[in-house]
Design a protein around this ligand. Structure first.
Ligand SMILES: Nc1ncnc2c1ncn2[C@@H]1O[C@H](COP(=O)(O)OP(=O)(O)OP(=O)(O)O)[C@@H](O)[C@H]1O
Length: 255
């Protein structure tokens, strides 16, 4: 297996508060890793460090690109994304009045470093359309490609967000609470989509998720953060049976 993302003693303090206190983790290609932990464990801060939204207080972040691990520790978010680390946000990140296809055209054109201009008739660009058709297919959006996004359900919008994150052809795909706000049917659909994507595309998935059924359903590996440090790391069965993990959750939620 090849390491595609690595953190080395990654740290973030807010004043005296240590939110992430020296996290060293390596993520291998094509695996799905869930990062879990009680409230305030440092999951969001860790994600924000990885994506360049926050500057670390110390430590390093390395991402594989062109067959080499390259340091991205101080890179701003757009550079991190361009280097191949993509994030799908909990909060909708979609142009509501554009269709699904148009949203993907915008994302793809910007990713390719071109200026987006509707007058340039993106629909006539065969290469672009082929890439978008593939993305639509991968994310089960072909049937609603021409629907304006403000007419979509919450679950369909989550699929569009995932398609938008995939438009940059990521090496590592971070999914932030993918089932937040979803009903049970939508949750089941997104879980099978994540599993399917993991088979179909050559990407590594890192997921934060509160729903433990989802976590156990999709993860090859679980990392538990508590008080900004790695408390447990391994296959789902071993980690979820670990007493320290159960204890860390006591008083906040149940594993
Ligand atoms: N911008 C900030 N300024 C000060 N403290 C912060 C800031 N962001 C996070 N923190 C603190 O850092 C710690 C870790 O927070 P973080 O949001 O990363 O945890 P989390 O695991 O994502 O929690 P949750 O599951 O509740 O979202 C918490 O104590 C939080 O209050």
């Amino acid at each position: 297996m090849t390491t595609v993302l690595r953190t080395e003693d990654l740290r973030k303090q807010f004043g005296d508060l240590v939110a992430v206190g020296g996290v060293s983790l390596a993520f291998d290609d094509e695996q799905i890793t869930s990062i879990i932990g009680p409230n305030g464990a440092g999951k969001t801060t860790f994600y924000n460090l990885l994506t360049g939204v926050l500057e670390p207080t110390g430590g390093e972040i390395w991402l594989r690109r062109d067959d080499e691990l390259r340091e991205i520790t101080d890179a701003p978010p757009h550079k991190v994304a361009r280097s191949g680390l993509s994030r799908s946000y909990q909060i909708t990140n979609i142009f509501e009045r554009l269709t699904v296809r148009e949203n993907l055209q915008v994302a793809r054109i910007i990713h390719e470093g071109r200026t987006f201009d509707m007058r340039s008739r993106p629909e006539a660009d065969e290469e672009l359309n082929a890439a978008i058709d593939e993305l639509l297919e991968l994310t089960n959006l072909t049937a609603i490609a021409e629907t304006p996004c403000d007419e979509l359900s919450h679950g369909e919008k989550r699929n569009v967000e995932i398609a938008l994150a995939l438009a940059i052809e990521p090496t590592v795909f971070l999914l932030d609470e993918p089932t937040a706000g979803m009903n049970p049917t939508e949750t089941e659909e997104i879980v099978s989509l994540i599993r399917q994507l993991n088979e179909d595309i050559d990407a590594t998935f890192v997921v934060t998720e509160h729903d433990m059924d989802v976590v156990t359903g999709i993860s090859d590996r679980i990392v538990v953060l508590a008080e900004g440090a790695v408390l447990a790391d391994g296959d789902p069965q071993t980690v979820l049976r670990d007493e320290r993990v159960t204890e860390a959750y006591l008083g906040s939620e149940t594993v």
